[in-house]
Design a binder for this molecule. Structure first.
Ligand code: UDP
Length: 320
């Protein structure tokens, strides 16, 4: 069995590649390295069955030989990144989804789209179920990601209806863990890195907005089950335990054992006030639910960031 995985150098992509290799698949990883990590690629290249192509999937992708699955995980995913790369984000979500669906169609492969809780925008329904259509500002700074993913879902369903491609759509909620870049910019990595360095934790707004954080191993298990299932249409994948950003800051300070202070900055435009997945569909269809509590997941993630920071600091010291 052989899969093509876009975004293989990214946070989720690199974990997914490892999981599929563990399951005996050959993995063709693709990434244009705008936000992917060379460290993630280097680790995967040590493994049998993995090959890597540097390619921007906004342009057509040709792969020789048989392909059983196409997994489209390429995209900037951190708000700071998609706001820095708005046009690339729109292109990978639209043209990239079109190209990868075309590949799946040509190869008779199954297809899984990495969609997002951002399709719900700043939600007026809480928690969010898959039948909620969302509340997105199409012209705001986050719209580049949200609308690209909404288009991606629409074209994915069209390829199912018109061409019979066996598609699955994962609506992924906030996820954290090892292999995120220290400079990723999302809240869990920011807080852990700041706490380790003894720098102030940057809470945006009053910190009363909520998120529901899923540890990466739980998410990967859900994704693998979804890939293996026959379900067409969106499935929420995330941890339904909801926390305020301020609660997260306290947990991180406690687990790192840091005395960093908390400072408050402006809330980004259109920052969702609440977010929590209703995972009834995933429970029912996939027999899946997350197991790792936030405090435990944060504890598991800290040593990874400590190593990354030590390596980065050692490299900076060795520069002339
Ligand atoms: N956030 C924060 N401090 C940071 C980074 C993010 O308070 O250093 C907040 C952000 O405003 C949002 C929440 O944490 O309310 C989650 O942000 P993240 O960028 O992780 O992902 P989002 O859920 O917004 O896509």
């Amino acid at each position: 069995m052989r899969i093509v995985l876009t975004g293989a150098a990214g946070f989720l992509g690199s974990h997914l590649a490892s999981r599929f290799l563990d399951e005996g698949f050959e993995v063709v990883g693709v990434d244009n390295m705008i936000t992917g990590s060379p460290e993630n690629v280097a680790r995967l290249q040590e493994r049998d069955g993995f090959s890597f192509r540097r390619h921007d999937v906004s342009t057509p992708l040709y792969v020789e030989g048989s392909v059983d699955g196409v997994l489209h995980f390429a995209s900037a995913a951190s708000p700071v990144d998609y706001i820095e790369f708005p046009i690339q984000t729109l292109k990978v979500g639209s043209l990239g989804t079109h190209n990868t669906l075309g590949l799946a169609r040509a190869k008779g492969a199954r297809y899984i789209l990495a969609s997002t809780s951002e399709v719900y925008g700043d939600p007026e329904v809480h928690p969010q179920r898959e039948d909620y259509w969302g509340h997105v500002n199409p012209i705001g700074p986050r719209g580049v990601y949200d609308e690209a993913k909404r288009f991606a879902e629409a074209i994915t369903m069209a390829y199912y209806r018109v061409h019979g491609v066996r598609v699955r759509i994962a609506r992924i909620f906030n996820t954290y863990g090892e292999h995120m870049r220290p400079s990723d910019g999302r809240v869990v990595s920011n807080f852990i890195v700041q706490a380790i360095r003894g720098e102030p934790l940057t809470v945006y707004g009053a910190g009363q907005q909520t998120r529901s954080f899923c540890y990466v191993s739980d998410l990967i298990e859900g994704l693998f089950r979804l890939y293996s299932s026959e379900h067409v249409g969106p499935v929420n994948l995330g941890n339904p335990n909801e926390f305020t950003v301020l609660e997260l800051a306290q947990i991180v300070l406690g687990e790192v054992g840091s005395r960093s202070e908390i400072i408050y900055g402006p809330l980004p435009t259109d920052d969702p006030k609440v977010r929590q997945p209703d995972i009834s569909r995933a429970r029912e269809l996939l027999g899946w639910e997350p197991r790792v509590e936030l405090r435990d997941g944060v504890r598991r993630t800290i040593p990874y960031f400590r190593r990354r920071i030590e390596t980065m600091d050692a490299r900076a010291r060795s520069l002339p």
